[in-house]
Design a binder for this molecule. Structure first.
Ligand code: NDP
Length: 443
C-alpha cells in the first residue's frame, strides 16, 4: 500500500461517520499521489497525517430566544484546519444540514484553495445548524450575537478571520461583527464580507461569481473556445450564482438556468439578473417567483442537472449536486466544460465521468477561490486602514484567477496529466503548504 493510500485508510477508520470529509480527502490524496508517494521526505515528516487532522476543532452551544420568547439551542462549529501559511480563513455556513463532517470537508478544501490564491491565508471553516430561512431580522440578529458570544474567543484579525457562506450574507456578517466589537472593544478586520461603511471591500459581494467566470473564460480561451455565445447552465440562486450569471452575461454568454432547493428555472431568453436579485437579495423568496416576471420561463421541481442542456455548466448551489447519472447526461447532451462555483458540487464518480470523457473540468478549490482571495484583499485594506476602488479590486481578482489557471495547468503538465485540473489544483495548492509545514518543523 502506498503512503497516501495508508493515510486514507487510517482516516476512514478514524472518521467512519464523516462521509463528506472522507470524500474530499479521497479526491485530494489520490490527486497528490504522484508527489507524496515518490518522495519519502513527506512520509518521514508525517506530513499527510498532519495535513488531514485539523489543528483545532471547536464545538459549542448557541442558545437564543425567538420572537415568541421560546428558547432554541443550536450547535456552533469552528474547525481551524491549517495555519502553515497564514491566519485561519474561511466562511461560516448557516444551514440545517451543517454537521462536523461538512465543516471538516469545507475546512480541508480551504487549505488548498487559500494556497492557490497566492495570498498568505491559512484555512478554517465554521457554521451552525441554524436555519436563517423564515426567521425575522431580530431572530437572526439574536442568533448571530449568541454565536459570536462564544466564537470571539477564538478569532481575531491575525488569528482567524471568518466570512460568509451558505446562509451567511451581508446581514449576518454585520450582526456578527457588531457583537465582536461590543465584546472586545476592537475595530479590526476580524470578519470579511463586511458592509462598505465599516471596512468591507468593494467587489467582495461579486467576487466568487465573477472570479468563477474569469477562470472559465481563460479555460475556454486556452482551448480555442469562447464564453461569448456559449450556452451556460447555472444552479443555485444565492451569492455565487447571481454574480456568476451577471458576469457571464456581461461577457456575452447565454445563461439559461438557475435554481434553489425547491426547484429550477429554465429561461431560453436568458436569466433576468435584475429579477433574480429582487427575488433573492431583497425579498428572500423562492425561485418559483421568477415566473411572475417571466411567465414564458419553465419552472420544475427536482435537480436542474436532470433537465438542462448546455455547453458550459457552472454548479453554484451546494455539495454533491451532480451525481454520476447527471454527469453522463451532461456529457451525452454536449456539455464540454464544467467549472465549480460551489464547494464539491460534483461527486467523485461524476468527476471521473467528466475526466474520462475529456470534459474541461475545474474543481471548486480553484474556480471559486475568487471569494476568499478578495476577502484577503479586504484584510489587506483593513490592515492599512484604506480602501481600493471597485476597478482596482476587480482587476486584482481577475489577475489572481488567471494566475490560478496557469499555475494549475503547469502542475498537471509537470506530472504528465495535461488538462487534469483536479490533479493540477490539488498539487499546486499543496506544494506551498507542504513547503511551509516542512520548514516549520513537526508542529
Ligand atoms: P447562498 O446561501 O447565497 O446560496 C446558496 C444557493 O444554493 C441557494 O440558491 C440555495 O437554495 C441553494 N441550495 C442550497 N442547498 C441546496 C440544496 N441542497 N439543493 C439545491 N439548492 C441548494 O450561498 P452561496 O452562494 O454563498 O454559496 C453557494 C456555494 O458556493 C456553497 O457551496 C459555498 O460553500 C460556495 N462558496 C461560496 C463563496 C462565497 O463567497 N459566498 C466562496 C466560495 C465557495 P435555498 O435558498 O433554497 O437554500
Amino acid at each position: 500500500m502506498t503512503y497516501s493510500q495508508k493515510v486514507l485508510e487510517d482516516l476512514k477508520k478514524k472518521n467512519p461517520d464523516q462521509p463528506e470529509f472522507i470524500q474530499a480527502a479521497e479526491e485530494v490524496l489520490e490527486a497528490l499521489a504522484p508527489v507524496v508517494d515518490t518522495d519519502p521526505k513527506y512520509e518521514k515528516a508525517g506530513l499527510l497525517e498532519r495535513l488531514v487532522e485539523p489543528e483545532r476543532q471547536i464545538m459549542f452551544r448557541i442558545p437564543w430566544v425567538d420572537d415568541k420568547g421560546e428558547v432554541h439551542v443550536n450547535r456552533g462549529y469552528r474547525v481551524q484546519f491549517n495555519s502553515a501559511i497564514g491566519p485561519y480563513k474561511g466562511g461560516l455556513r448557516l444551514h440545517p444540514s451543517v454537521n462536523l463532517s461538512i465543516i471538516k470537508f469545507l475546512g480541508f478544501e480551504q487549505i488548498f484553495k487559500n494556497s492557490l490564491t497566492g495570498l498568505p491565508i491559512g484555512a478554517a471553516k465554521g457554521g451552525s445548524d441554524f436555519d436563517p430561512k423564515g426567521k425575522s431580522d431580530m431572530e437572526v440578529m439574536r442568533f448571530c450575537q449568541a454565536f459570536m458570544n462564544e466564537l470571539y474567543k477564538y478569532v481575531g484579525a491575525d488569528e482567524d478571520v471568518p466570512a460568509g457562506d451558505i446562509g451567511t450574507g451581508a446581514r449576518e456578517v454585520g450582526y456578527l461583527y457588531g457583537q465582536y466589537k461590543k465584546l472586545t472593544n476592537r475595530s479590526e478586520g476580524v470578519l470579511t464580507g463586511k458592509g462598505l461603511s465599516f471596512g468591507g471591500s468593494l467587489a467582495r459581494t461579486e467576487a466568487t461569481g465573477y472570479g468563477l467566470v474569469y477562470i472559465t473564460e481563460e479555460l475556454l480561451k486556452d482551448h480555442g473556445k469562447n464564453i461569448s455565445g456559449a450556452r451556460i447552465a447555472v444552479s443555485g440562486s444565492g451569492n455565487v450564482a447571481i454574480y456568476a450569471i451577471e458576469k457571464a452575461k456581461q461577457l456575452g454568454g447565454k445563461v439559461i438556468s438557475c435554481s434553489d432547493s425547491s426547484g429550477y428555472i429554465i429561461d431560453e431568453n436568458g436569466i433576468d439578473v435584475k429579477a433574480l436579485k429582487q427575488i433573492k437579495e431583497v425579498e428572500r423568496k423562492r425561485i418559483k417567483e421568477y415566473l411572475n416576471y417571466h411567465p414564458d420561463a419553465t419552472y420544475g421541481e427536482g435537480s436542474v442537472w436532470d433537465n438542462v442542456t448546455c455547453d458550459v455548466a457552472l454548479p453554484c448551489a451546494t455539495q454533491n449536486e451532480i451525481n454520476e447519472a447527471e454527469a453522463k447526461r451532461l456529457v451525452e447532451t454536449g456539455c464540454y466544460a464544467v467549472c465549480e462555483g460551489a464547494n464539491m458540487p460534483t461527486d467523485n464518480e461524476a468527476i471521473q465521468i467528466f475526466l474520462d470523457n475529456g470534459i474541461l473540468f475545474i474543481p471548486g478549490k480553484a474556480s471559486n477561490a475568487g471569494g476568499v482571495a478578495t476577502s484577503a484583499l479586504e484584510m489587506g485594506q483593513n490592515s492599512i486602514r484604506s480602501s481600493w476602488t471597485f476597478e482596482e479590486v476587480d482587476a486584482k481578482l481577475k489577475g489572481i484567477m488567471i494566475n490560478i489557471y496557469y499555475h494549475m495547468k503547469e502542475a498537471c503538465e509537470e506530472y504528465n496529466a495535461p488538462d487534469n485540473f483536479v490533479m493540477g489544483a490539488n498539487i499546486a495548492g499543496f506544494m506551498k503548504v507542504a513547503d511551509a509545514m516542512m520548514a516549520q518543523g513537526i508542529v
